[in-house]
Design a protein around this ligand. Structure first.
Ligand SMILES: Cc1cc2nc3c(=O)[nH]c(=O)nc-3n(C[C@H](O)[C@H](O)[C@H](O)COP(=O)(O)OP(=O)(O)OC[C@H]3O[C@@H](n4cnc5c(N)ncnc54)[C@H](O)[C@@H]3O)c2cc1C
Length: 494
């Protein structure tokens, strides 16, 4: 029987799990990482954001992981790790499509939204090719002396006076593990939720979407197609393809993320009531059918071929899931194991990293003390409040998909709070404790007021953005909603 005994067991070796292990080790803990799979492997969840990168940078400094900091920025990543595939992300671009119609720019202002997340390529964000990024982090963990057991499936666990006992199979051999603390970094694998019977809040979540996605080669850039359709792409604050490109339509949206190798990650997030799962079609057939509904997107993908995952186009059930608990005595779940809402606005990775940063502080300040329990309780409440806030924002956007200004209005809740937090981190001022200011009463009040007013079809569409902007006060650092900029916003100066 393979045995291990130590301080921290991390289950799941995505970037969240590997970083949790590296940090725990830097804090003097003995650590083991296990994963049921094996690297390199396909993973979704690729588009980073300024906040995610600021946290990466800060973790790198705080925990003496100097190789990590170059990966927090496009230019330094290219210099330090050219062998890892990456995409340039200058910001977020959104284009609104009508079903069965070619895209057209309308009056030039109500079919687009571009929000910059950087000033230039030198301070730009990244898309992470997760098979490269995650294997690199696992390799760094191994180099740091952390054992990583791949192809390890744990079957059960129970409490012991010192911590936990877990058992299962590792590469065909029985194994027995005795950690003091367990980190669940299994994402949708939901290891602790199953083992501890944690209760769910999924029924409370308002967002409803399912996904159909893959990696492709041969996807045309959108900018030239938009320009040929009359789009004023010269006004864009950054090339709209060097971004998390979103095609938005009534009933869903599509992400398009380009990597430097020529691979493009693309997928549809669909309201299952408007676009029910097509059980009579294969995922590839459904993909082609979806493209055929949007002629300009179909043109963008006319020469595209699927390159990953190996099984081809992937189709999911409902994406939303959520647990009522994120931590307890002797365990914590990283945010993606607690829940997930939707890829809209790329919130997942920043949420994961902020959760990890909080957990690191708890270990640093409370390990072995009785104060650990209330600190973990606070972590649990914060992660859950953040998840519910992401849900409110995304569900609000989703309700606005049919009338683009309403979706833009609701998305400003994401941009204003994210840019506010980024700015405060950079300027060394007190940083909002929660992701997207989720714990701030003004936000919750503003969100519920705007949800009922902005999404009420009696409110004229033109009033949607001004209505939301009223609620932000001096937090709206990028001047979002200002008619002088709308809909092409540069990143605010520091
Ligand atoms: C369709 C989609 C698109 C997304 N796009 C974005 C995006 O553009 N930007 C963004 O910020 N976020 C995005 N996300 C969210 C993103 O995927 C997560 O934030 C991110 O993957 C979290 O990383 P992680 O390391 O915590 O978990 P994961 O990446 O989920 O890794 C979990 C690991 O645990 C292992 N595992 C699972 N179960 C077990 C088990 N029982 N035992 C052992 N090991 C196990 C798996 O093999 C895997 O290696 C997206 C999510 C989805 C579903």
């Amino acid at each position: 029987v393979l045995q291990w005994q130590g301080d921290v067991l991390v289950i799941g070796s995505g970037f969240g799990g590997s970083l949790a292990a590296l940090i725990a080790q830097r804090l003097g803990r003995t650590v083991l990482v296990v994963d049921r799979g094996q690297h390199p492997r396909f993973a979704i969840g690729e588009s980073s954001t300024p906040l995610a990168n600021l946290v990466l940078e800060s973790l790198s400094k705080r925990f003496d992981l100097p190789w990590l900091s170059p990966l927090a920025n496009y230019a330094s990543w290219k210099r330090a790790a050219p062998e890892l595939d990456v995409g340039l992300k200058r910001g977020f671009s959104y284009f609104h499509h009508q079903r069965n119609e070619r895209w057209s720019p309308g009056n030039g202002r109500d079919k687009e939204l571009l929000v910059a997340a950087s000033h230039s390529e030198s301070d730009a964000d990244t898309h992470w090719l997760r098979s490269d990024f995650d294997s690199h982090l696992v390799e760094r963990a191994r180099q740091a002396g952390i054992p990583v057991w791949e192809q390890t499936a744990l079957a059960g666990m129970e409490r012991t006076p010192e911590g936990w006992q877990l058992w299962g199979q590792s590469q065909g051999q029985p194994c027995e593990l005795r950690p003091r603390f367990v980190v669940d970094a299994t994402g949708e694998g939901s290891f602790l939720a199953v083992q501890l019977g944690l209760s769910h809040v999924t029924k409370q979540l308002r967002t409803r979407s399912r996904a159909v996605f893959g990696h492709f080669r041969g996807v045309q850039p959108w900018g030239p197609l938009a320009a040929r359709a009359g789009g004023q792409t010269h006004q864009h604050p950054f090339p709209c393809d060097a971004a998390a490109l979103h095609h938005v339509f009534d009933g869903g949206w599509m992400w398009v993320l380009r990597f430097d190798s020529g691979v493009t990650s693309a997928g549809f997030s669909l309201d299952p009531e408007r676009f029910p799962l097509m059980l009579d079609r294969t995922p590839a057939e459904e993909w082609r059918w979806l493209l055929s509904q949007f002629p300009s997107i179909e043109e963008q993908f006319a020469s595209a071929t699927v390159v990953a995952p190996q099984a081809g186009i992937t189709r999911t059930g409902r994406l939303q899931r959520g647990l009522a608990t994120a931590a307890g005595s002797g365990y914590a779940l990283l945010p993606n194991a607690v829940g997930f809402i939707d890829p809209l606005h790329s919130t997942g990775n920043a949420h994961t990293l902020l959760g990890l940063e909080h957990l690191a502080t708890i270990w640093e300040q409370h390990w072995g003390r009785t104060s650990m329990a209330p600190a973990l309780e606070e972590y649990s409440q914060r992660v859950l409040a953040e998840l519910l806030t992401i849900d409110q924002i995304v569900a609000g956007c989703q309700a606005g998909f049919s009338e683009f200004p309403r979706m833009v209005a609701m998305s400003l809740f994401y941009f204003v709070t994210a840019i506010w937090s980024e700015h405060r981190r950079r300027s060394g001022q007190q940083v909002p404790t929660s992701f997207l200011c989720a714990d701030e009463p003004w936000l919750q009040t503003a969100l519920s007021r705007c949800r009922s007013e902005v999404l009420d079809l009696h409110t004229p569409m033109e009033q949607a953005i001004p209505l939301v902007c009223e609620t932000f006060g001096d937090r709206n650092l990028a001047g979002l909603g200002d008619p002088r900029w709308h809909p092409w916003y540069p990143y605010p100066a520091e």
